[in-house]
Design a protein around this ligand. Sequence first.
Ligand code: SAH
Length: 368
Amino acid sequence: MQLGLDYTGKRVLVVGGAHASRRVLARYLATGATVYHLVAPGAVAGAGVPAARAVPGVLAPTFPRSIGAWNALIAAVDLVAVVETSPHAEAVIAAACATNRTWLTREAPASTAPIGSVTLVGGGPGLEKLLTVGAMAALKAADIVYYDRLGPTDRLGDWAPGAEHVDVGKAPGHHAIPQRDAERMMVASALAGLTVVRLKGGDPFVFGRGGEEVLACRAAGVPVTVISGVTSAIAVPAAAGIPVTHREVSHLFTVISGHAPISDAELTHLVGLDGTIVVLMGIGTLQQLVAGLARLGMRSDIPVAIVERGFAHDQRTTIGRLDTIGALATHAGVRSPAVVVIGEVVALASHGDDAAADLLRDAAELAS
Ligand code: SAH
């Protein structure tokens, strides 16, 4: 889309096959333009090309049968976007655009390959600014986006205007769609020829089941790529002014899942590391975790932070120590999603060096 142009109320004629033009049509519709679609001669059709759904809101002009009719049609619009057509029709269109001073642009057609593809996109912790350029490009090219509540979805309609959006976090009965069903849906869409994006929170390979989805695609012969994302394990503490490492404070960090209780052997190992511990999905097992760490020798005054709803307008940080955080969390009623940080780095955001704490907090504010 050309930056800076205001398409509101402009008339845009898209020329190309139904499938190939679908995304381009949706993009121009999203700009507020009045969009006409001409299925032109030369549009790819036939075996292996998936049928396109009609794009609501697009108008169909009468097909011009003469040079004069092409001229009249092109004189009536502001922009012609050619997605695909025959060389002859393209020459006629170009000449009519030149005569009528109508803008002409050429747009890449959507894939017409019989098999589509799946891209696992790490969407970051929820802030639009933390979506990568690669994530944006994949969304823009998508025919269908499978998302869940942890991915950033505020403006999905703008990021992926040509795509159908499917929530795989919640089914109509409010139960999450089982992982295997979500995988089957993605694979089926790709096998039907669609460009599929699976939008995930944070990074797809950090407790995101991205590995299983890659394997499911490979098993079905579907091409799959992964776009890394900004993980909440680092970004959410940062949003609360907590760096996961800091010179002379902590030179390592370990990210663990609190989804299931952690064994004593693992806890002993964590205590021995003497670095920052970051816990995702850790609210349900928080009490067990802090009690276990204390029992296995972690100092009771080690600072602990719980950052809920990182980057949301109601982000909240609860700060305590290993021996107080359990009660503080209960009192505050902390809830998922939240990131728990255990280690001296937490003090930088609370009662450490005041100047550093202020600077870190300010930096976090700039990011949000
Ligand atoms: N792949 C994701 C993590 C998925 S596990 C990533 O790399 O970030 C889900 C957990 O991530 C949540 O239970 C919570 O612990 C954490 N999380 C993700 N986004 C968060 C956010 N905006 N605020 C707080 N915690 C978040």
